[in-house]
Design a protein around this ligand. Structure first.
Ligand code: C2E
Ligand code: MG
Ligand code: MG
Ligand code: MG
Length: 292
């Protein structure tokens, strides 16, 4: 009987795997056409200066509006796109669109707009990535110093000499490099000194644990101290409460990002936000503490 049950379990498991594989293949097929069919769009989440409360920049976050499935979150389709290689097409579209949009915002509102774009390891490993970045800058007219490429910690720290060389070339172009989801991977701290990194983004799992006692906790405090010693700027992700905002600001975190400050939003809403800042970057403030 046990044997029969075991066999049944294997059977169910197989069917499950098969279903998953089919599902993945279906997603992959649709994804391949998504960029061409204009189903992709970008939202932009403001990154806020912790001291002044003004918008310090925007992070571009890709969205997929499937005609019948509705909005597919990036957490579901980016891994599939990475596995299939479609991320190269999607990533290039994201990069070029974000650069063009940053220039359009700057043109319309008379302010420099810093833009952050997430980049997958597959893009860094692909031939010609540095040329794609250089061309996105040249054709949009965005100054390299206004572009930040965000790379997740796990892949950034992978000791792949080819990736290291590409990061060096990107640094030489004058774009900024940021380590996303910092604290979740296994950092070789020595690499932080060697590679042209200028920013760390503290993963939101660390921000989530900040409570009402005004203390950032030992890990965030240590990351901030290390960043300061290395001359890196720090962004905290996932700031959801006024208490977290206050604790991070008081601990000297440079910039903040999270639902408490602003959610990712379409370009039209960013335009409204920037239009409300007549003095360049002075008028907009995050919600008053306690007003969340
Ligand atoms: P990420 O780069 O770490 O982006 C931050 C994610 O946290 C975004 O999710 C954002 O909407 C969400 N977030 C921001 N503030 C808060 C908050 O206060 N609370 C909570 N719970 N979440 C917050 P999103 O847009 O779903 O993106 C998820 C991930 O997908 C991104 O994480 C990034 O790794 C990836 N991704 C998004 N767009 C792209 C892209 O164009 N290219 C690549 N390669 N990856 C992308
Ligand atoms: Mg990011
Ligand atoms: Mg992140
Ligand atoms: Mg993240």
């Amino acid at each position: 009987a046990a044997k029969a049950a075991g066999k049944g379990t294997v059977q169910v498991y197989r069917e499950d795997l098969l279903r998953q594989a089919q599902e993945r293949l279906r997603l992959e097929n649709h994804l391949r056409h998504a960029a061409r069919r204009e189903e992709l769009r970008l939202e932009y989440q403001p990154v806020v200066d912790a001291r002044t409360g003004s918008v310090a920049g925007l992070e571009a976050l890709v969205r997929w509006e499937h005609p019948s499935w509705g909005t597919v979150p990036p957490g579901r389709f980016i891994p599939v796109a990475e596995a299939s290689g479609t991320i190269l097409v999607i990533g290039e579209w994201v990069l070029r669109t974000a650069c063009r949009q940053a220039v359009a915002f700057a043109h319309d509102h008379g302010v420099d707009v810093a833009m952050s774009v997430n980049v997958s390891v597959r893009q860094l490993q692909a031939d010609g990535f540095v040329e794609v970045v250089a061309d996105a800058l040249a054709t949009s007219g965005l100054a390299p110093s206004l572009l930040t490429l965000e790379v997740t910690e796990s892949l950034f720290m992978a000791e792949d000499p080819a990736v290291g060389a590409v990061l060096g070339e990107l640094g030489a172009l004058g774009v900024h490099l940021s380590i996303d989801d910092f604290g979740t991977g296994h950092s070789a701290l020595a690499r932080l000194r060697v590679l042209p990194v200028s920013e760390l983004k503290i993963d939101r799992s660390f921000v989530r644990t900040i409570g009402s006692d005004g203390d950032c906790g030992p890990l965030v405090t240590a990351i901030l101290a290390m960043a300061r010693a290395l001359g890196l700027s720090v962004v905290a992700e996932g700031v959801e409460t006024a208490e977290q905002l206050a604790a991070l600001r008081d601990a000297g975190c440079d910039r903040l990002q999270g639902f408490h400050l602003a959610r990712p939003m379409p370009a039209e809403d960013v335009a409204r936000l920037l239009a409300g800042q007549p003095g360049g970057d002075q008028a907009w403030r995050p919600p008053a503490e306690g007003a969340a």
